[in-house]
Ligand binder design. Structure first.
Ligand code: KIV
Length: 270
C-alpha cells in the first residue's frame, strides 16, 4: 500500500538487533519533538525514557511517572522524527503485576504513540512477560543492572556488580531476557568487566549507560550530555554547555526588557 506522503523509513527492530557485534549503535533519550528532530539525524534509536520524570518534571525518582505522561511525550517524539526507531519506556506499575496487564499497557503505548518498541526494567523476573509481549507482536527492549524504578529496593542509584559474588545473578538476568525474546538490552550502572562479559554472553545487542565501551551501543540522557543539568552522573561525557548558554540568553533578554531595548514594530515579524 502506498501513501501520498513521503514514505518514512525508520530503523526497524530486526535491523537494530542485527547490529550485534557490528557498528556501534548510537542512541539518546529525547522527550520533545524539537530535540528529537535533531537527535533523529544521528541516532539509530531514540528512547523516550521515564527519566523524563526527573529531568523534565523535577521528580526525585522515576517511580511517580504516569503512563499518560509517557504517551504524551512518546507522541511528540514520534511526530518529530522520521528515521530512528522510537522506544518508549513502560513506567513503574504498568507491567510488573502480570503479563496480561503488561500487554494491555504496552499495546496502549504502541497504538497511541506510534512507537516501534517498549522498554521494561528487570531481568529473570520479567522474562515471562517479555516472552508474552513478544509473542503477541510487541518488541521489547530489556533493561538490567541499575534499574532506577527499583531504586527504593536497591537503596539508591548504585553501580551494580562491585562485588563479584553478584555477577552470576546479573549474567542470569541478561540471559533470561535475551532467551525470552528481547531484541536488545540496556545495561545501566554496571562495573565495566561485568558489562563486557554479558555483552559476549548474549546474542542481542547490549546498550551501555555507565557500563562498558565493549557494549554494542551506548545511550545517554540528552540533557546530561548537553550540560543542561546542574548535576550529572560521573560517567557522563558532557558535550555541550546548554545550561550556562540558556542562562546567558535569559539574562540578556531580561536586561533588554528592562531597558526597553526591543525591536521596533516594523522589525517584529521578520
Ligand atoms: O529512562 C531512561 O532515560 C533510561 C535510560 C537511562 C537508559 O532508561
Amino acid at each position: 500500500m502506498s501513501s501520498q506522503t513521503e514514505r518514512i523509513r525508520r530503523m526497524t527492530v530486526p535491523q537494530l538487533a542485527a547490529r550485534k557485534g557490528g557498528e556501534p549503535i548510537v542512541s539518546l533519550t529525547s522527550y520533545h519533538a524539537h530535540t528529537a528532530a535533531i537527535v533523529d539525524k544521528y541516532a539509530d534509536f531514540i528512547l523516550v525514557g521515564d527519566s523524563l520524570g526527573m529531568v523534565m518534571h523535577g521528580m526525585e525518582t522515576t517511580v511517580g511517572v504516569p503512563l499518560d505522561l509517557m504517551i504524551m511525550h512518546g507522541k511528540a517524539v514520534v511526530r518529530g522524527t522520521k528515521r530512528a526507531l522510537i522506544v518508549v519506556d513502560m513506567p513503574f506499575g504498568t507491567y510488573e503485576e502480570s503479563p496480561n496487564i503488561a500487554f494491555r499497557n504496552a499495546a496502549k503505548i504502541m497504538k497511541e504513540t506510534g512507537c516501534g518498541a517498549v522498554k521494561i526494567e528487570g531481568g529473570a523476573r520479567m522474562a515471562e512477560t517479555v516472552h508474552f509481549l513478544v509473542e503477541r507482536g510487541i518488541p521489547v527492549m530489556a533493561h538490567t543492572g541499575l534499574t532506577p524504578q527499583s531504586s527504593h529496593v536497591m537503596g539508591g542509584f548504585k553501580t551494580q556488580g562491585r562485588d563479584e559474588d553478584t555477577w552470576k545473578a546479573h549474567e542470569d538476568d541478561a540471559k533470561a531476557v535475551a532467551e525470552a525474546g528481547a531484541f536488545a538490552l540496556v545495561l545501566e550502572g554496571m562495573v565495566e568487566p561485568l558489562a563486557a562479559k554479558i555483552t559476549k554472553q548474549v546474542d542481542i545487542p547490549t546498550i551501555g549507560i555507565g557500563a562498558s565501551v565493549e557494549c554494542d551501543g551506548q545511550i545517554l540522557v540528552l540533557e546530561d550530555m548537553l550540560g543542561l543539568n546542574e548535576w550529572t552522573p560521573k560517567f557522563v561525557k558532557v558535550y555541550g554547555d546548554l545550561g550556562p548558554q540558556i542562562e546567558k540568553a535569559v539574562s540578556a533578554y531580561a536586561e533588554d526588557v528592562k531597558a526597553r531595548a526591543f525591536p521596533t514594530e516594523d522589525e517584529v515579524y521578520r
